[in-house]
Ligand binder design. Structure first.
Ligand SMILES: C[S@@+](CC[C@H](N)C(=O)[O-])C[C@H]1O[C@@H](n2cnc3c(N)ncnc32)[C@H](O)[C@@H]1O
Length: 210
């Protein structure tokens, strides 16, 4: 099983915010079964951590990179989780009408951590277009986690250096501006709900289907 140290560090803080958001959005009914889709699951550490602590949510992990499935599926087995489906391949940049058919037709939650700055902008476009298509109408939430620029400004210096290093690795990568994400959301029938400050200069952004 792969072990990303960053995922180990941030999983509890993310879980805490996610739990609060889900409880307040779904009226404190933490027994109501919900369906969640994760984009860019990586090692599988996040999805299995969330699934262990939010057993009323059924999770579908996905990633473009099939070589990660062994790790994701090993975590599922290791924790004996019955509320996580086996990983499915999904390239978030592919046209939304070519996304795989999942067990659940519509999702209450789409969760995407540390993907949109480490992939070309077309992946962010795909994320919002696809979310618009498969989120439950009127109630579905999209949560993104990572570092962002805000109105053209990146803070603090460590995030500026991180952005530089990403763009050096791949000119199509880099921190995304929250202003652009809000615009993309509106274009796709989603609206910005809230922003949550997270440790290590990251944020959670929440959008909902309108
Ligand atoms: C930095 S890792 C984040 C993994 C995990 N979400 C976390 O926070 O620990 C970025 C992930 O995005 C995935 N990814 C990159 N491009 C993608 C695409 N076009 N569609 C879906 N996933 C993609 C990569 O394969 C990788 O697993």
């Amino acid at each position: 099983m792969l072990k990303y140290s960053a995922a180990d560090r941030n999983k509890d803080a993310i879980l805490q915010v996610l739990t609060t958001i889900v409880k307040s959005h779904y009226n404190n009914q933490d027994i109501q079964p919900l369906n969640a889709l994760e984009i860019g699951s990586g090692s599988g550490q996040h999805v299995t951590h969330m699934a262990r602590h939010l057993p009323h949510i059924r999770w579908q992990p996905t990633d473009v990179d099939q070589s990660l499935f062994e790790s994701i599926n090993s975590y599922i087995k290791h924790f004996n989780l019955t509320n996580v489906c086996p990983a499915v391949q999904l390239d978030v940049s592919s046209p939304s009408n070519r996304w795989p058919i999942f067990e659940s037709e519509k999702f209450d939650l789409i969760y995407c951590a540390n993907v949109i700055h480490i992939s070309p902008w077309k992946c962010t476009i795909g994320l919002f277009e696809g979310s618009s298509m498969i989120l439950s109408p009127k109630s579905g939430l999209l949560l993104t986690y990572g570092p962002y620029a805000c109105d053209g400004v990146i803070t603090p210096d460590s995030n500026v250096s991180f952005d530089d290093s990403l763009r050096q690795s791949n000119p199509e990568w880099g921190l995304r501006d929250i202003r652009d994400l809000k615009e993309l959301a509106t274009t796709n029938g989603l609206s910005f709900v809230s922003m949550h400050e997270m440790p290590a200069n990251n944020k959670i952004l929440v959008f909902k289907k309108t």
